[in-house]
Design a protein around this ligand. Structure first.
Ligand code: MF3
Ligand code: CO
Length: 248
């Protein structure tokens, strides 16, 4: 069941998502070679507490941290750890909060120091794919118009979109209907309406779209261990088009 959000609910989601965006921006600033990924989790929790928000992921289906940190071939749901970041790594940071009954959720993939041209291109194309998807998030369009735009952009650059994880509706729950795949046919899927709020989150791989889960039960990595990138925004569909809620 898809819950349409009233303007007052979207206002609450602006607040929760602005906190997510601010914290991700702070993490992006803080990141440097030699830093343990657990330090990023600690910083995220500290900033979150300062804002009076609750980290959304900690305890969610047993996930043990507040932040997902997915390095290089890790696609999503990586555990923060003592592992130290190295110059040239790319790091996906996925963070969510609960504030005043409403969730915020967003992700960015950031370079550590100077990265290869290959990595830079993957980051750029994945973020562009997110924006191509957001552009389709309009009342009267179909859900898979979003999916198709993302897939088309990624594949036209020689990349593959992950099938095993998808975007989602978001609101009073972190994951609501509908699922928002990053692949599909334009013109298919439900009709989009004003009041829908979607977390759109392309995961784009350099090589195969196939992923596997590591022994920790969470970390998804590319099957061929090539690089993967992930960007996510929470987006409200309004009468005036898409509004990105997870921005500073
Ligand atoms: N952004 C991810 C999602 O929407 C974060 C979930 S991680 C989990 O699915 F640990 F909370 F599961
Ligand atoms: Co999400």
């Amino acid at each position: 069941m898809i819950f349409l959000k009233a303007p007052w609910e979207i206002e609450k989601m602006r607040r929760s998502n602005a906190i997510v965006a601010e914290i991700l921006a702070a993490l992006r600033e803080a990141i440097r070679p030699g830093m343990a990924t657990l330090e990023l989790n600690i910083l995220a929790e500290k900033l979150c507490a300062k804002k009076g928000a609750k980290p959304a992921f900690k305890g969610y289906r047993g996930y043990p941290f507040s932040l997902c940190v997915s390095v290089n071939e890790a696609v999503v749901h990586g555990f923060p750890s003592e592992r130290k970041l190295k110059e040239g790594d790319i790091v996906s940071l996925d963070f969510g909060v609960l504030l005043d009954g409403y969730y915020g959720d967003a992700a960015i993939t950031v370079p550590v120091g100077k990265v290869s041209k290959r990595a830079e291109r993957l980051l750029r194309v994945t973020e562009e794919a997110l924006y191509k998807g957001i552009e389709q998030a309009r009342a009267g369009h179909h859900l898979y118009d979003i999916s198709a735009a993302i897939q088309r952009h990624a594949e036209s650059h020689g990349y593959a979109v992950v099938r095993q994880f998808v975007g989602h509706g978001i609101g009073r729950a972190l994951h609501e209907d509908p699922q928002v795949p990053n692949f599909g046919k334009p013109g298919r899927g439900i009709k989009l309406k004003a009041g829908m709020v979607l977390a759109i989150e392309p995961m784009v791989n350099e090589g195969t779209y196939e992923v596997e889960i590591l022994a920790d039960g969470w970390t998804a990595v590319t099957k061929d261990r090539k690089l993967s990138a992930h960007f996510e925004h929470t987006v409200a569909i309004t009468e005036n088009g898409p509004e990105i809620l997870s921005k500073v």
